[in-house]
Design a protein around this ligand. Structure first.
Ligand code: IMP
Length: 431
């Protein structure tokens, strides 16, 4: 039996939604373990597009989906998303979607703080999604958070909110010049959220353990990407959770011995939204072409994504940090039509070549990419379903990625649709 973690290897938006949706076909259970509605997964099934921010993409495959304790949940967003899925005929009953009793809740003031803080920072802003993700994780760590345990116990909820309202109001009004918390209004509206969501609240750790003991296969779905990890990413231009594979355990409540493989999702080029250094970023018309051809707009905020060449310094960092056992290459079709393609294989820093991703952001921002140039292809690859049938230069590009990362490619995505995929080695097979 296999239990696989899927993570983004770059700065998020690698196309995890499609791959998770595809793999969920074989999995019995899909679990989200970190992040919140800062994530956006786009999936195309039979020509219909679905975007999910909180509900694991496995819901489309009628699998049991869990939102783990490591996720921060905006209850309104979750309820709206559930209603949207229900309207589109998808089963989102409490048997299909379960939320950890220990998952933290994004409160209205978290979004307020996120937005007001970014505005105050001006040009030094992080470029957050403004969804209150960071402030919610802050309250979790400072033990002022609300979990589903508190949400569904109305007296506990009221008591806690009253206890923290003074401090929040002081910060909101005196420092951020924002509006104060309205305890009664929050209590009322969150009472209705509690009622709607209570049937979905579960002891996720226990249920996952039971599923593993029963021989079920679990897919752990990461959000964002390795380089947005709070510890290992390009701090402070990162998200507020651990996005690396190790957090699949902490964020869902199972032990590491149960993880049998880690698949890293690699966009065939690199993109990033928000601020922060990005050595292989393109500022010319090639970057614009990739942005347009790849429709590189954030699924959550609609912002244009910054685009650049594939960077194997970034990839190798992800290989090590996540213990990747295989790669899934996405959006390979977008690279068609270029005479040549560059792959960044190292950085030049003060006349010295470095191949390890530097921990110091200032160093990273001074790094110049060292490129290897490969021939491009012009053929349409979207109808190809076997790696050997790909044009010679496409195969060369893929083999070079495998050589440079020492990691085999298991899946190649050649278009947005579920069927526009080449499965070389399914991560759930042979386990
Ligand atoms: P936050 O997660 O909203 O606090 O934003 C922190 C940083 O992470 C910003 O640069 C965001 O653009 C980035 N970010 C958060 N979620 C995603 C995602 O799902 N894809 C890509 N970038 C993200």
């Amino acid at each position: 039996m296999a239990n696989i973690v899927i993570v983004g290897t770059q700065w998020g938006d690698e196309g995890k939604g499609k791959i998770v949706d595809l793999l969920a076909d074989i999995a019995d259970v899909v679990v989200r373990f970190q992040g919140g509605n800062n994530a956006g997964h786009t999936m195309v099934v039979n020509g219909d597009q679905f975007i999910s921010h909180l509900v694991p993409s496995g819901i489309l495959q009628k699998k049991i989906c869990y939102i783990g304790n490591g996720v921060v949940v905006d209850p309104k967003v979750l309820i709206d998303e559930m209603e949207y899925l229900i309207r589109r005929g998808i089963d989102v009953t409490p048997q299909k979607l379960k939320i950890s009793a220990l998952a933290h809740i994004i409160m209205p003031y978290h979004g307020q703080i996120d937005i007001a803080r970014e505005a105050l920072k001006g040009k030094n802003k992080i470029g957050t999604t403004g969804r209150g993700i960071g402030p919610c994780y802050e309250d979790k760590i400072s033990r002022q958070g609300f979990r589903f345990v508190e949400l569904i116990d109305s007296s506990l909820f009221k008591e806690r909110l009253a206890a923290i309202a003074d401090e929040k109001n002081f910060y909101l009004t005196k420092y951020l010049a924002s509006t104060p918390v309205d305890v009664q209004a929050i209590t009322d509206v969150f009472g209705s959220y509690a009622e709607r969501l209570a049937p979905h609240v579960a002891n996720v750790s226990v249920e996952l353990y039971q599923a593993i003991s029963a021989g079920k296969q679990i897919l752990f779905e990461g959000a964002q990407g390795t380089h947005l990890d709070i510890d290992h990413g390009t701090y402070p231009f990162v998200t507020s959770s651990n996005t690396v594979a190790g957090n699949a355990c902490c964020g869902s409540g199972i032990g590491p011995k149960h993880i049998t493989g880690v698949m890293g999702i690699v966009k065939a080029y690199t993109t990033r939204v928000g601020e922060g250094p990005f050595p292989s970023e393109l500022f010319d018309d090639i970057g614009d072409r990739i942005q347009q051809k790849g429709a590189e707009f954030g699924a959550t905020t609609g912002r244009k994504r910054r685009c650049g060449w594939l960077d194997t310094v970034v990839l190798n960092n992800a290989v090590r940090l996540n213990g990747l056992t295989s790669l899934a290459i996405t959006k390979l079709d977008v690279l068609g039509g270029f005479d040549t393609l560059n792959i960044c294989t190292g950085y030049l820093y003060k006349n010295t070549k470095i191949t390890d991703f530097p921990p110091n952001l200032k160093t990273l921002s001074e790094c110049k990419p060292i490129y290897e140039t490969l021939p491009g292809w012009s053929e349409d690859i979207s109808r190809i379903r076997c790696r050997d049938d790909l044009p010679r230069n496409t195969r060369k590009y893929l083999s070079r990625i495998e050589e440079l990362t020492q990691t085999p490619i298991g899946i190649i995505s050649v278009g947005p649709g579920r069927d526009e995929t080449i499965v070389v080695q399914h991560p759930f097979s042979g386990a």
